[in-house]
Design a protein. Structure first.
Length: 511
């Protein structure tokens, strides 16, 4: 039945949204994997992010270099008694201030993919300007100082500046090279002019240290790029999972709504479906038994019997579908009472005996004595046993045997087991058989095909009782089904109260 609401537009919107999201996510994931698989492992977007990280680091450590410069200028002027160290300090502070102003301006500007190259060149030029101050320091000389001590002092200062600058500017590619290349040129000039072994050694040591720090900063820069790549891939995968989860939730919600609508429809159609079937069954039975008089044509009687048998089969099918629908819709209520499992099992065996004898099948019983009653729904429990016995009779060949057992479980509950020596079920088909409308290959080839709802109904009823259903089967060896009811359903009988001697009432005495 239709409620007049067209859901095709909603489905189209959902499909379009899913396609757009899938395409966007696929593009993002493909770009990420290409970055990771490429030789350089970088991209313009990463360059922008790395540049922003460098700007933030420069602003956070802006006060470190001025303190170092003041200490160097003050100690140099104090120990050498020469004022040109103060002049150098003012020049170095000016270069550093210019660099910080450039960094602040860059931090207030939105750096894009197009502008990141120009900003990177500007920041490298600021590093070159700061490197000029260190080159001027390398050209300093002291005529009144000990040459060895002054050379060691100058080398220590330059190595300290190199290490601090390398750590602070590792996110800016080639910053160390551009910043201290003027210093190397200045040291080379000093050593070539004086031909002093100390100056030559200082030049060699500083150049080696510069090469080492260039290598270290390059490796650190690549490590940061890899971290950004991994973070981006993680974000893309999280986004893909979120999109997939949202689509899955939407699909599951729609499927649950459709399933509930189907279950409500079937549960409410019980009367409408059964009423015409009862009429068909009643009238066909009257015609087949010739209650109102003989039929002129014998074929009419045969046709009436066929109609009655077909209607009976259809009614059984409808009853099973309605039972499963009520269970799925949550409208299957248990009418619990005290039930004896052995009595219900014997009644069900008696009901199925006629059908078993028609196939020359022998039904054996093995019941434990004195089983206490269960707190269960007798009608539901009878339906469970009848379904299991019907399946056993249906798939047991002519002259076969069925063994029915009932007794205690290890956990204190009760069970009923039904084992046949039929063809069995292949192991890979057991999940199919246990699903709704599922039928194995043996059932499909059998002449007595069913609906595939018997075992799902059994599982649902046992689940409502808190029980468990087990199916064990081997091909060409037979099948065993076990219905287990928990110990909480067992009604333990209380022992009789032993007779005790009555206590005589205490006599009250009055003064």
């Amino acid at each position: 039945m239709s409620n007049g609401v067209d859901t095709s537009a909603d489905k189209n919107v959902l499909d379009l949204t899913r396609n757009d999201r899938s395409r966007a996510t696929t593009r993002a994931l493909r770009a990420t994997r290409e970055r990771l698989q490429s030789g350089q492992g970088t991209s313009p977007a990463f360059d922008v992010e790395i540049l922003a990280m460098h700007i933030a680091a420069c602003l956070q450590g802006a006060a470190v270099i001025p303190i170092i410069i003041l200490l160097i200028a003050g100690s140099g002027a104090y120990f050498t008694a020469q004022p040109h160290f103060i002049v150098w300090g003012l020049f170095a502070l000016t270069m550093h201030a210019i660099g910080i102003l450039i960094v602040k301006r860059a931090s207030k500007t939105e750096i894009t993919l197009e502008s990141q190259s120009s900003w990177r060149r500007i920041l490298l030029l600021s590093q070159v300007a700061m490197g000029m101050s260190w080159a001027i320091f390398a050209l300093q000389d002291c005529a009144t100082c000990n040459p060895t001590a002054f050379t060691f002092y100058k080398g220590a200062v330059l190595l300290l500046a190199l290490s601090i600058t390398a750590m602070a500017s590792m996110l800016l590619r080639q910053a160390v090279l551009f910043g201290f290349l003027p210093t190397v040129v200045a040291l080379t000039y000093v050593s070539a002019r004086g031909q002093d072994m100390l100056d030559l050694g200082l030049t060699a040591v500083f150049t080696t240290a510069l090469i080492f720090f260039i290598y270290i900063t390059k490796r650190l820069h690549q490590a940061n790029l890899k971290l950004l790549s991994f973070q981006t891939e993680k974000d893309d995968l999280i986004a893909e999972l979120e999109v997939a989860k949202s689509l899955s939730d939407e699909a599951r919600r729609r499927a649950e709504e459709a399933n509930m609508a189907k279950s409500r429809f079937l549960a409410s159609m019980s009367h409408e479906l059964r009423t015409p079937l009862n009429a068909i069954l009643g009238f066909s039975e009257v015609m087949a038994t010739e209650v109102l008089g003989p039929l002129n044509n014998p074929l009419y009687k045969e046709y009436a019997g066929d109609i009655h048998r077909s209607g009976t089969h259809l009614l059984e099918l409808i009853n099973e579908i309605l039972d499963l629908s009520r269970i799925e819709a949550g409208k299957y209520e248990l009418s619990e009472e005290s039930v004896a499992l052995l009595e219900v099992a014997e009644d069900c065996i008696g009901m199925i005996q006629l059908r078993a004898k028609s196939k020359n099948i022998r039904i054996e019983q093995q019941f434990e004595a004195n089983l206490p009653s269960l707190w269960a729904d007798e009608k539901a429990l009878r339906q469970v046993i009848l379904n299991l016995l019907s399946n056993a009779v249906k798939f047991t060949p002519q002259g076969g045997e069925i063994m029915v057992k009932a007794g205690w479980t290890a956990g204190g509950g009760q069970y009923i087991s039904i084992r046949d020596n039929g063809p069995g079920i292949p192991e890979n088909e057991i999940p199919v058989v246990l699903s709704a409308f599922g039928q194995g290959s043996i059932a499909i080839k059998s002449a007595e095909q069913g609906t595939g709802l018997g075992l799902p109904i059994v599982q649902a009823i046992l689940s409502k009782h808190g029980g468990e259903f087990k199916l064990k089967s081997k091909l060409r060896e037979g099948t065993e089904v076990i219905a287990i009811l928990p110990s909480s359903r067992v009604l333990e009988s209380l022992p009789a109260v032993s007779e005790a001697k009555a206590v005589e009432p205490r006599r009250r005495q009055f003064a």
